[in-house]
Design a protein around this ligand. Structure first.
Ligand SMILES: Cc1cc2nc3c(=O)[nH]c(=O)nc-3n(C[C@H](O)[C@H](O)[C@H](O)COP(=O)(O)OP(=O)(O)OC[C@H]3O[C@@H](n4cnc5c(N)ncnc54)[C@H](O)[C@@H]3O)c2cc1C
Length: 432
């Protein structure tokens, strides 16, 4: 979660800090509409914050910062069509529990669940699985409050011209207040984690990517990966089998934090630490209701960059990543995360009209990351990469225009809905 102390706002990774003139927590739609009206009259700009889990300065503002943390929970359930409408400030963790109580689940999720639903979809947050798009592809309608104070429903049928722009919009089109989601019946997942050599993993990619969910983590300098394969248990309800709390909290977080601190003090230890972490990859099985399986607690803070590239380039790109990393000898011990996302039709989605592989690189907070990220970004851009909007990148407006064919159309919709740029900040002005 983000933090606010003495009117100073910080995101989770503490890569972005700002001093909003005021921080507002409206309790209902009337309060939001009134706030937008006041800001319009006084020429103030607004940024909306979710859980502050983006690494980029998307919500940085010296003007008005709005949090919808008081607008949370389910608004209504349409059982005939399997649609559930939720308030925009609902966290994915709460959403999972609430849907489960209604007998439903999301079809896919990312690897943490503390984001808000509006924040997650606004940057194209995704999980993994070749048959699943980002969370935005599960959205069937958005209700937003525009710069003119209008409460507008946007879907494939209502205000349809805005729909593909609004599904990933970085908060630039207005304040999302409700999100209608297509949901599926509650189900259980079975997750197998195993150690494998990088060579075998890359040879078997075409086979393994057909798991319902498949991802792998490459441990720098080791030739070893951790593979996660997740599948539905179908009608066979398994007894809940949790990965041990010891593994998740002590090994994956506590011990990793201690080793990361050692790397911060002695960066040349990173290679050994990566080897030690790869050595400790468990062969384990976890099963349970889907909303309890996707997410892992992330207590060790880091910086992150993630790019989407064409799906078929995963193996070649990862070989290049490995080659550059070893040649330049970057001090890095965080594993490199590799996932799959189905292509979609959302204008600012990194997976726009292309089935995608996503590769994410991380660096422990406080360690030098820029040379490493720059080198990796060069690799990703060679493969026509598009950056995750919530993670670090150095793309400029010119380059974004080339990477996102619908960039001009998005800007057209933004000009139509917010011609004065009420929902922009300096960072977004540079990019759009
Ligand atoms: C530890 C960690 C793990 C992560 N794991 C993943 C992962 O597995 N997959 C992945 O794809 N990403 C991942 N991310 C990135 C993260 O999912 C995105 O950055 C996401 O957007 C954060 O959601 P948030 O609720 O914190 O939104 P914020 O970061 O607060 O805001 C993100 C954007 O949403 C906008 N916004 C928020 N609420 C509203 C609203 N009501 N109306 C309009 N605009 C709004 C903001 O203005 C901003 O532009 C991870 C990040 C961290 C720190």
């Amino acid at each position: 979660m983000f933090s606010i102390k003495n009117h100073k706002w910080k995101n989770w990774s503490e890569t972005v800090m700002s001093n909003p003139e005021s921080i507002r927590h409206p309790k209902n739609l009337q309060e939001i509409i009134a706030l937008v009206g006041t800001c319009r009259q006084s020429g103030k700009r607004i940024r909306v914050v979710g859980a502050g889990h983006s690494f980029t300065p998307l919500v940085a503002t010296g003007e008005v910062l709005v949090s919808l943390d008081r607008l949370s929970g389910i608004d209504c359930v349409d059982r005939k069509n399997n649609l559930v409408t939720v308030w925009a400030g609902t966290t994915l963790k709460d959403l999972g529990k609430l849907l489960f109580q209604e007998g439903y689940a999301m079809e896919n999720l990312g690897d943490i669940n503390v984001q808000t639903i509006a924040g997650a979809i606004s940057t194209g947050t995704h999980g993994t699985g070749i048959d699943f798009g980002s969370i935005s592809t599960q959205v069937t309608m958005l209700t937003i409050i525009t710069a003119s104070g209008e409460l507008m429903e946007i879907s494939a049928d209502k205000n349809a011209a805005f729909f593909h722009a609004a599904l990933v919009s970085l908060g630039m089109l207005g304040i999302i207040v409700k999100v209608q989601l297509r949901v599926i019946p509650a189900h259980q997942l079975y997750c197998e984690t195993s150690k494998m050599s990088l060579d075998v993993c890359l040879e078997r990619l075409e086979e393994m990517k057909h798991n319902r969910h498949f991802e792998f983590f490459y441990f720098p300098y080791t030739g070893t990966v951790q593979v996660k394969q997740m599948n539905s248990t179908g009608d066979n309800r398994l007894q809940d089998r949790k990965a041990s709390v010891f593994n998740k909290l002590v090994m994956e977080n506590g011990l990793f934090w201690v080793m990361s601190k050692m790397c911060l003090m002695q960066p040349r230890l990173t290679k050994s630490v990566s080897h030690l972490s790869a050595f400790g990859i468990p062969n384990s099985v976890e099963a349970g209701d889907s909303h309890t399986i996707y997410a892992t607690p992330r207590l060790v803070k880091f910086y992150e960059m993630e790019y989407s590239i064409p799906q078929e380039c995963m193996a070649d790109a990862l070989r290049d990543v490995q080659h550059v990393l070893e040649k330049k000898k970057f001090h890095v011990h965080f594993p490199i995360e590799c996932r799959y996302v189905k292509g979609d039709d959302i204008w600012l989605s990194p997976a726009y009209r292309r089935d995608s592989a996503y590769i994410a690189v991380h660096m422990f907070k406080g360690m030098e990351f820029q040379p490493y990220f720059d080198a990796m970004e060069e690799v990703f851009q060679y493969y026509d990469g598009r950056p995750h909007w919530g993670k670090m990148h150095t793309m400029t407006a010119e380059r974004l225009k080339k990477a996102y064919p619908k960039y001009p159309d998005f800007v057209g919709v933004r000009n139509q809905l917010d011609s004065d740029g009420m929902f922009m900040n300096d960072y977004l002005k540079r990019l759009f």
